[in-house]
Design a protein around this ligand. Structure first.
Ligand code: XBP
Ligand code: MG
Length: 258
């Protein structure tokens, strides 16, 4: 029996390293298809990641480059094409889950832990990632998939976490969230979540994760331990339910849940 009832996962950068070799080339393919000479290299895309959401990211780029919105340069249309290219990449199985993700999901499922997703990305991107990652039926393991434009304000606003919590019917202190970015941590924190784990990646390492009590390089697999960048894993060498239980009890003083 654990002191928390659900795990809430971010998607991009957390379930899988989707940004550099997934979303970025899909944006570039959409631009090329529209005969635009825009190319987002790795560094430029890293800066644009400060803006969450693909449409919003295209709009920011156009503002930076002083490109006017017109029929040829329409962020919504470009983004639809980008989603098509991105989903095709996922369907080709080009984007695997990060180390330790499936291990933790399996452990949680076996323990009867409830699973949810809170993400900025388009819902189709989430379901396709889960369908093509090699674990049949994985999509159905998630009771709640809160994604994309269903909320007015994307991360770092709390809206998507607030929606996930309300769909789960749980309070923030009953959940543990797993994120990869400063914007994600700000979103979860603003929704009241304190039991937060950050799994950094090349784009987010070095960001300020505020009050997140645990920052690791990955969730870890047996034989490939998680490296702790901030906080403590205790006796575990990877992020498993026992480690999350210790984290949760550290964040919420005894009796806080009663
Ligand atoms: C990360 C994002 C997403 C993706 C692109 O969100 O900012 O916008 O980069 O997705 P999270 P779309 O980490 O919350 O999953 O192009 O579908 O918006
Ligand atoms: Mg993320």
């Amino acid at each position: 029996m654990y002191a928390f009832k659900a795990l809430i996962f971010d998607v991009d950068g957390t379930l899988a390293d989707t940004e550099r070799d997934g979303h970025r080339p899909a944006f570039n393919a959409a631009f090329a298809e529209a005969n635009l000479d825009w190319v987002w290299d790795v560094a430029r895309y890293g800066r644009l990641l400060a803006v969450t959401g693909g449409k919003e990211r295209i709009r920011r780029f156009m503002e930076e480059e002083r490109i006017a919105v017109d029929a040829h340069c329409d962020p919504a249309a470009l983004h639809r094409a980008k989603t098509r290219h991105y989903v095709a990449r996922l369907e080709r199985g080009e984007i695997p889950l990060r180390p330790g993700v499936l291990r933790l999901l399996r452990e949680a499922r076996e323990a009867g832990m409830r699973l949810a997703i809170a993400t900025t990305t388009t819902p189709e991107n989430v379901t396709t990632l889960l369908e093509y990652c090699g674990e049949p039926g994985l999509t159905d393991w998630f009771e709640v998939i809160a994604a994309g434009d269903v909320v007015e304000h994307k991360k770092p606003a709390p809206d998507i976490y607030t929606l996930a919590l309300s769909q789960l019917g749980l309070e923030a202190h009953e959940c543990v969230a797993i994120e990869d970015s400063d914007n994600g941590v700000r979103s979860a924190s603003a929704a009241g979540l304190k039991a937060l784990v950050v799994t950094v990646n090349d784009y987010t390492v070095g960001q300020d994760f505020g009050a997140a009590p645990l920052v690791v390089d990955q969730l870890g697999e047996p034989g490939a331990p998680a490296r702790v960048l901030c906080g403590r894993l205790g006796s575990s060498s990877l992020v498993d339910l026992d480690a999350l239980e210790r984290l949760h009890r550290g964040v919420y003083p005894r009796g806080a849940l009663e």
